[in-house]
Ligand binder design. Structure first.
Ligand SMILES: [Zn+2]
Length: 323
C-alpha cells in the first residue's frame, strides 16, 4: 500500500488497513495482536488559504515558560492560568509559518533546530512532512534573533535553506550579531550572541536589510513591533481582501496576555515597549479583522482577535478541507 500527501488513502486502502477486506471478522479476533501504542506525536502542520496565497503553519514543539517569568500580580496570574486549564508550569508552543504567494515562497522564522532541547526542533521536519521542499524557500523573514526563531536555519554550520535570502531588522542585527555588544553582555547571555552569529554566518552574503518603507514585495511587508527585542518585527501578508499579520512574540501566554495585555515577560528587552507593541498589534488585528499568526500561540497559532472592553479575546482559526 502506498500513498502520499496529495493522494489521501482510498476507501479500499483504509479497509485493507483495518483488516475488513482481508477477510477478518468485524469482531475482534483473539488471534490478532493488540494495536501497539504509537508512543510518538503526530506531525504538526496546518494549512489554509489567504486570498490567493497559501499559508502553512508548522510546529517546532513546546517549551516551558513558568508563571514567575511574567510581570504583575502573582495570584491573579496563577488564577488566569488555572482557569484556562493550562498545565502547571505552563508550556508554550513554538510555531513557524510558510507563505506561498504563488510567486515566492516565504518562511517566517525557522524554529529552534538543535539549540533548545528535544521538546523543540521539529519545524523543518514538519515543513517537509507538509510537502514543502526547503530548497524552494526563497526568503526567510525573521521576527527577531532569539534561538527559538532562528535555530532551524543552520545545521552543523551549514545552511538548511540553500536558496533563501534572509531578512532581519537592522536593530536586531546590530545588537545580536555585534562582537562588541556580546563582549559587554553578562556571562549568562553570551551564548545567545554566539548562537545568533553561528546561525547567520552561512547566510552572510544573502542577508537583506528590511526596506525603509517596509515593503518586501507586493502583498508582503514588515511592520516594526519593537519591545520584545530592539528590532522585533511583524510581517503583514495581503492578498485579495484578506490580511495576515505574523506577529512573532507579541504573545507568550494566551491565557494571560489577551485578558491582561500589560503583563510582560522577563525576556522582553524593553517591557514598556513590548506591552505597547502588544496593544498596537491587538488593536490592528481587532479593527481590521486581521488573521494573526503567533509563534507562541497554541498550535497552529492562527486566529482572530476580538476587543472586549479593555481586554481582548482570541478565536482560533478553523481547520477546513476547503483550500
Ligand atoms: Zn520566542
Amino acid at each position: 500500500m502506498s500513498h502520499d500527501l496529495k493522494n489521501p488513502l482510498t476507501r479500499r486502502e483504509i479497509m485493507i488497513g483495518g483488516g475488513l477486506l482481508a477477510g477478518a471478522s468485524v469482531f475482534p479476533s483473539p488471534l490478532l495482536a493488540k494495536m501497539p501504542f504509537a508512543k510518538a506525536q503526530a506531525p504538526g502542520f496546518f494549512r489554509r488559504k489567504l486570498g490567493n496565497f497559501e499559508v502553512t503553519a508548522v510546529l517546532d514543539g513546546d517549551l516551558e515558560l513558568e508563571l514567575k517569568l511574567y510581570s504583575g500580580d502573582a495570584a491573579e496570574i496563577a488564577k488566569l492560568s488555572a482557569q484556562s486549564y493550562q498545565p502547571s508550569p505552563p508550556r508554550a508552543h513554538c510555531n513557524a509559518f510558510a507563505v506561498n504567494t504563488g510567486d515566492k515562497l516565504y518562511l517566517v522564522d525557522t524554529g529552534s533546530g538543535v539549540l533548545m532541547g528535544s521538546s523543540l526542533g521539529r519545524a523543518v521536519e514538519n515543513l517537509v512532512l507538509a510537502g514543502i521542499n526547503v530548497d524552494q524557500i526563497d526568503a526567510i523573514l525573521l521576527t527577531h534573533l532569539h534561538p527559538d526563531h532562528f535555530g532551524g536555519m543552520t545545521m552543523e554550520g551549514r545552511p538548511v535553506f540553500k536558496n533563501a535570502e534572509i531578512y532581519v531588522s537592522e536593530a536586531d542585527a546590530k545588537f545580536w550579531l555585534s562582537p562588541e555588544v556580546a563582549d559587554k553582555a553578562p556571562p549568562e547571555m553570551k551564548q545567545f550572541f554566539t548562537m545568533a552569529m553561528d546561525a547567520i554566518k552561512p547566510y552572510a552574503h544573502r542577508l537583506k536589510p528590511l526596506p525603509k518603507n517596509g515593503e518586501i514585495a507586493r502583498g508582503v511587508s514588515a511592520i516594526a513591533l519593537t519591545g520584545h527585542t530592539a528590532g522585533h518585527t511583524g510581517y503583514l501578508f495581503a492578498s485579495e481582501k484578506e490580511q495576515l499579520l505574523v506577529w512573532g512574540d507579541i504573545i507568550h501566554n494566551a491565557a494571560l496576555q489577551f485578558t491582561r495585555p500589560e503583563i510582560t515577560l522577563a525576556f522582553d528587552t524593553d517591557r514598556t515597549q513590548a506591552a505597547a507593541a502588544r496593544m498596537r498589534a491587538f488593536d490592528m488585528a481587532a479593527n481590521d479583522k486581521l488573521l494573526v499568526a503567533g509563534m507562541h500561540l497554541p498550535f497552529p497559532g492562527l486566529g482572530f482577535v476580538e476587543r472586549n472592553g479593555t481586554q481582548y479575546r482570541y478565536h482560533p482559526d478553523f481547520w477546513s478541507t476547503k483550500l
